[in-house]
Design a protein around this ligand. Structure first.
Ligand code: TXA
Ligand code: MG
Length: 332
């Protein structure tokens, strides 16, 4: 594995053994941003309520919104939950490390600060060498939401974390761009049947196959998970979801009205006014997911007022991308 780079705000170019430094900072109650296969997380020692409180302060996030506990392997699950159920074991064997978060009945070891006082805890094993090295070096559960300010798009590159949180984080571990690009699937294993609270890289069908039982897949509608608001993941620009057929005409209308427009679509759209910032074509759902949040940030950097988004097809991770686009659009 490449030695991760340590970035200290205001001291460019400083490189040390970032993982060891990160583990020390976590043990001391500090905040470490780290890459995962989905998005960058903002981590703290999950057993230290004061450290966890710093996460909420850095993000500007309401403290009743629960966090995900990241662990190095399924062997670290038992202390956090009341019982490692057969379903949890089967799903962990099938999908961990990977973009599946399991919501289970918690043990007394998990502080209220992590769960927002709920009797459940969300847990996952991230599939990224830097995240796993950090978790192993630290030797305990790391509570981490996405490393963005509350309501904003999740960061998929280390520079995005610095832009979002600046000095609010003690260390940013740079693992390059995130391969998946949208947040993990959140599966509530306490409800019967189990329910997908947030679509992500593992589909409800994938889960149902492993469980050999029905799974309820809710991919749109009002807030379902605590802290999972209808309006979320939003860039500064207003996001408008449009069909491929309507995109060119809408871009022309907005441009004629003096509005600066960016366009994100799976395929090339034409004709387009010259002034439109084309953020793609984004390609197949996987590629679209990997591009999504960086495209939002590009549009903001170019000071676009509107992002026209043609959604990918609702297959595979396309379901998650459509969910995030709808939530970003709901923030307008
Ligand atoms: O991919 C990801 O999941 C990223 C990376 C960093 O792991 N993390 C992430 O965390 O997206 P966050 O905090 O932005 O989203 C956590 C989601 C929220 O929708 C929250 O409501 C849900 O997990 N969640 C956490 N604990 C829960 C619980 N006890 N019951 C139900 N939902 C829970
Ligand atoms: Mg988040």
């Amino acid at each position: 594995m490449d030695v991760p780079r340590r970035h200290i705000p205001g001291v460019p170019g400083v490189v040390t053994d970032g993982v060891a430094a990160g583990a020390r900072i976590l043990a001391a109650g500090g905040l470490v941003a780290f890459p995962t296969e989905t998005v960058y997380g903002l981590g703290a020692d999950a057993r230290n309520p004061d450290a966890v409180a710093r996460i909420f302060a850095a993000k500007g996030r309401p403290t009743d919104h629960p966090l995900i506990c990241h662990i190095a392997s399924v062997d670290d699950l038992a202390p956090l939950v009341a019982e490692v159920t057969p379903a949890a074991r089967a799903l962990a064997d099938a999908f961990w490390p990977g973009p599946l978060t399991l919501v289970m009945t918690r043990s007394a070891a998990v502080p209220d600060a992590v769960t927002g006082g709920r009797d459940t805890v969300a847990v996952r094993v991230p599939d990224h060498p830097v995240a796993l090295a950090l978790l192993r070096a630290f030797g305990g559960p790391v509570a981490a939401p996405s490393a963005n300010r509350f309501g904003r798009p999740s960061p998929t590159r280390a520079d995005d974390v610095r832009d979002e949180l600046g000095d609010g984080v003690d260390l940013v571990l740079d693992g390059g761009p995130c391969a998946i690009g949208v947040e993990s699937t959140v599966l509530d294993l306490v409800s019967d049947p189990p329910q997908v609270l947030r679509p992500g890289g593992i589909s409800a069908d994938d889960i149902a196959r492993v469980m050999n039982a029905p799974v309820s897949a809710t991919s749109s509608g009002p807030a379902r998970a605590p802290g999972m608001l209808e309006a979320h993941y939003a860039p500064g620009a207003r996001v408008e979801v449009v069909s491929a057929d309507a995109a060119a005409a809408r871009a022309a209308d907005l441009t004629a009205a003096g509005t600066s427009v960016a366009l994100l679509a799976p395929h090339a759209i034409s004709p387009l006014p010259d002034s439109v910032l084309v953020l793609g074509p984004a390609g197949a759902p996987d590629a679209y997911a990997a591009l999504l949040y960086a495209a939002f940030r590009r549009a903001d950097a170019a000071r676009c007022q509107v992002i026209l988004a043609v959604p990918p097809p609702a297959r595979g991770i396309g379901v998650a991308v459509r969910d995030r686009l709808a939530r970003a659009a709901a923030s307008a």
